[in-house]
Write a new protein. Structure first.
Length: 196
Protein backbone atom coordinates (compact mmCIF):
# COMPACT_ATOMS: atom_id res chain seq x y z
CA UNK A 1 0.00 0.00 0.00
CA UNK A 2 1.31 3.44 -0.86
CA UNK A 3 2.00 6.03 1.84
CA UNK A 4 -0.74 8.29 0.46
CA UNK A 5 -3.33 5.54 0.56
CA UNK A 6 -2.26 4.41 4.04
CA UNK A 7 -2.63 7.96 5.33
CA UNK A 8 -6.11 8.14 3.80
CA UNK A 9 -7.12 4.88 5.51
CA UNK A 10 -6.01 6.02 8.97
CA UNK A 11 -7.25 9.60 8.28
CA UNK A 12 -3.91 11.27 8.95
CA UNK A 13 -2.35 14.15 7.09
CA UNK A 14 1.10 13.91 5.53
CA UNK A 15 2.27 16.95 7.50
CA UNK A 16 1.42 15.16 10.76
CA UNK A 17 3.44 12.13 9.68
CA UNK A 18 6.48 14.25 8.77
CA UNK A 19 6.25 16.59 11.76
CA UNK A 20 9.47 16.94 13.78
CA UNK A 21 9.31 18.88 17.05
CA UNK A 22 11.37 22.04 17.18
CA UNK A 23 14.03 22.39 19.89
CA UNK A 24 12.90 24.33 22.97
CA UNK A 25 14.14 27.93 22.63
CA UNK A 26 13.04 28.83 26.15
CA UNK A 27 15.48 26.63 28.09
CA UNK A 28 17.24 29.56 29.82
CA UNK A 29 13.95 31.30 30.61
CA UNK A 30 12.47 28.06 31.94
CA UNK A 31 15.46 27.61 34.27
CA UNK A 32 15.19 31.21 35.50
CA UNK A 33 11.45 30.77 36.22
CA UNK A 34 12.22 27.59 38.18
CA UNK A 35 14.96 29.34 40.15
CA UNK A 36 12.65 32.24 41.05
CA UNK A 37 9.80 29.88 41.97
CA UNK A 38 12.05 27.89 44.33
CA UNK A 39 13.60 31.02 45.85
CA UNK A 40 10.24 32.78 46.37
CA UNK A 41 7.88 29.92 47.10
CA UNK A 42 4.88 32.19 47.67
CA UNK A 43 5.17 33.95 44.29
CA UNK A 44 2.62 33.19 41.60
CA UNK A 45 3.07 33.67 37.86
CA UNK A 46 2.30 37.41 38.14
CA UNK A 47 5.07 38.10 40.63
CA UNK A 48 7.53 35.92 38.70
CA UNK A 49 6.70 37.86 35.51
CA UNK A 50 7.28 41.11 37.44
CA UNK A 51 10.66 39.88 38.77
CA UNK A 52 11.75 38.87 35.24
CA UNK A 53 10.81 42.33 33.92
CA UNK A 54 12.78 43.94 36.77
CA UNK A 55 15.78 41.88 35.66
CA UNK A 56 15.45 43.42 32.19
CA UNK A 57 13.65 40.63 30.30
CA UNK A 58 10.94 42.02 28.01
CA UNK A 59 8.57 39.07 28.03
CA UNK A 60 4.95 38.46 27.17
CA UNK A 61 2.93 37.54 30.27
CA UNK A 62 1.24 34.64 28.45
CA UNK A 63 4.61 33.16 27.46
CA UNK A 64 5.75 33.19 31.11
CA UNK A 65 2.38 31.79 32.20
CA UNK A 66 2.63 28.91 29.67
CA UNK A 67 6.13 27.94 30.88
CA UNK A 68 4.99 28.29 34.50
CA UNK A 69 2.11 25.87 33.86
CA UNK A 70 4.29 23.41 31.93
CA UNK A 71 6.62 23.21 34.93
CA UNK A 72 3.57 22.63 37.19
CA UNK A 73 4.45 25.47 39.51
CA UNK A 74 0.87 26.53 40.22
CA UNK A 75 0.28 26.91 43.92
CA UNK A 76 -2.23 24.51 45.40
CA UNK A 77 -5.20 26.10 47.09
CA UNK A 78 -4.86 25.90 50.84
CA UNK A 79 -7.62 26.29 53.37
CA UNK A 80 -5.55 28.46 55.68
CA UNK A 81 -3.03 30.99 54.47
CA UNK A 82 0.41 30.34 55.90
CA UNK A 83 3.24 32.83 55.70
CA UNK A 84 5.84 31.64 53.19
CA UNK A 85 9.40 30.96 54.20
CA UNK A 86 11.41 33.63 52.42
CA UNK A 87 14.81 35.15 52.84
CA UNK A 88 15.30 35.86 56.54
CA UNK A 89 18.16 37.79 58.00
CA UNK A 90 19.18 38.26 61.62
CA UNK A 91 17.93 41.37 63.40
CA UNK A 92 20.75 43.84 63.87
CA UNK A 93 20.39 47.09 65.80
CA UNK A 94 20.97 50.02 63.42
CA UNK A 95 23.53 52.64 64.46
CA UNK A 96 22.12 55.72 62.66
CA UNK A 97 18.73 57.27 62.03
CA UNK A 98 17.07 56.54 58.66
CA UNK A 99 19.06 53.30 58.31
CA UNK A 100 16.27 50.81 59.12
CA UNK A 101 12.55 51.48 59.50
CA UNK A 102 9.85 49.14 60.72
CA UNK A 103 6.24 49.39 59.65
CA UNK A 104 3.05 47.57 60.40
CA UNK A 105 -0.70 48.15 60.47
CA UNK A 106 -2.71 48.50 63.67
CA UNK A 107 -6.49 48.03 63.67
CA UNK A 108 -9.08 49.88 65.72
CA UNK A 109 -12.83 50.38 65.54
CA UNK A 110 -14.99 53.50 65.73
CA UNK A 111 -18.06 53.75 67.97
CA UNK A 112 -20.30 52.72 65.06
CA UNK A 113 -18.25 49.53 64.52
CA UNK A 114 -16.32 50.59 61.41
CA UNK A 115 -12.66 49.57 61.08
CA UNK A 116 -9.82 52.11 61.19
CA UNK A 117 -6.43 50.98 59.92
CA UNK A 118 -3.31 52.82 61.12
CA UNK A 119 -0.07 52.47 59.19
CA UNK A 120 2.74 53.02 61.72
CA UNK A 121 6.33 53.61 60.57
CA UNK A 122 9.10 53.75 63.22
CA UNK A 123 12.85 54.43 62.96
CA UNK A 124 14.60 51.43 64.57
CA UNK A 125 17.65 53.40 65.75
CA UNK A 126 15.88 56.35 67.43
CA UNK A 127 12.47 54.73 68.07
CA UNK A 128 10.99 57.91 66.61
CA UNK A 129 7.57 57.54 64.93
CA UNK A 130 8.35 58.51 61.34
CA UNK A 131 4.71 58.49 60.21
CA UNK A 132 1.27 57.39 61.32
CA UNK A 133 -1.31 57.24 58.52
CA UNK A 134 -4.94 56.59 59.47
CA UNK A 135 -7.35 55.29 56.80
CA UNK A 136 -10.41 53.08 56.52
CA UNK A 137 -8.36 50.73 54.31
CA UNK A 138 -4.71 50.83 53.25
CA UNK A 139 -3.48 49.01 50.14
CA UNK A 140 0.04 48.52 48.85
CA UNK A 141 -0.42 51.63 46.69
CA UNK A 142 -1.46 53.60 49.79
CA UNK A 143 1.67 52.46 51.65
CA UNK A 144 3.90 53.40 48.69
CA UNK A 145 2.20 56.83 48.52
CA UNK A 146 3.02 57.48 52.20
CA UNK A 147 6.62 56.33 51.68
CA UNK A 148 7.00 58.61 48.63
CA UNK A 149 5.80 61.53 50.76
CA UNK A 150 8.39 60.59 53.42
CA UNK A 151 11.09 60.40 50.73
CA UNK A 152 10.42 64.04 49.87
CA UNK A 153 10.24 65.28 53.46
CA UNK A 154 13.09 63.33 55.14
CA UNK A 155 14.54 60.73 52.76
CA UNK A 156 14.14 56.96 52.75
CA UNK A 157 15.83 54.28 54.81
CA UNK A 158 17.91 51.57 53.14
CA UNK A 159 15.93 48.73 54.74
CA UNK A 160 12.27 48.52 55.76
CA UNK A 161 11.09 45.70 58.03
CA UNK A 162 7.43 44.82 57.62
CA UNK A 163 4.81 42.40 58.80
CA UNK A 164 3.43 39.76 56.45
CA UNK A 165 0.24 41.63 55.55
CA UNK A 166 -0.99 41.75 51.95
CA UNK A 167 -0.32 45.49 51.75
CA UNK A 168 3.42 44.81 52.31
CA UNK A 169 3.89 41.61 50.23
CA UNK A 170 2.01 42.59 47.06
CA UNK A 171 3.18 43.75 43.63
CA UNK A 172 2.78 47.43 44.47
CA UNK A 173 5.32 47.31 47.32
CA UNK A 174 7.76 44.96 45.54
CA UNK A 175 7.76 47.26 42.50
CA UNK A 176 8.08 50.41 44.64
CA UNK A 177 11.03 48.99 46.63
CA UNK A 178 12.83 47.79 43.50
CA UNK A 179 12.49 51.16 41.75
CA UNK A 180 13.86 53.05 44.76
CA UNK A 181 16.56 50.58 45.81
CA UNK A 182 14.99 49.85 49.21
CA UNK A 183 15.28 46.36 50.71
CA UNK A 184 12.09 44.89 52.16
CA UNK A 185 12.54 42.45 55.05
CA UNK A 186 9.60 40.33 56.24
CA UNK A 187 9.30 39.36 59.87
CA UNK A 188 9.38 35.65 60.68
CA UNK A 189 6.00 33.93 61.08
CA UNK A 190 4.79 34.07 64.68
CA UNK A 191 7.29 36.81 65.64
CA UNK A 192 5.49 40.15 65.22
CA UNK A 193 7.94 41.81 67.64
CA UNK A 194 10.57 41.75 64.86
CA UNK A 195 8.96 44.64 63.01
CA UNK A 196 7.95 46.86 65.94
Amino acid sequence: MSERRALAVVRMSASTLRYEPRPDRSVDLRERILALAHRHRHYGVGMIHLKLRQEGHLLNYKHVERLYREERLQARHRKRKKVPVGERQPLLRPTRANEVWSMDCVLDWTADGRVIKCLVIVDDATHEPVAIEVERAISGYGVSRVLDWLALSRGLSKVIRTGNGKEFCGKAMVTWAHERGVQLRLSEPGKPNQNT
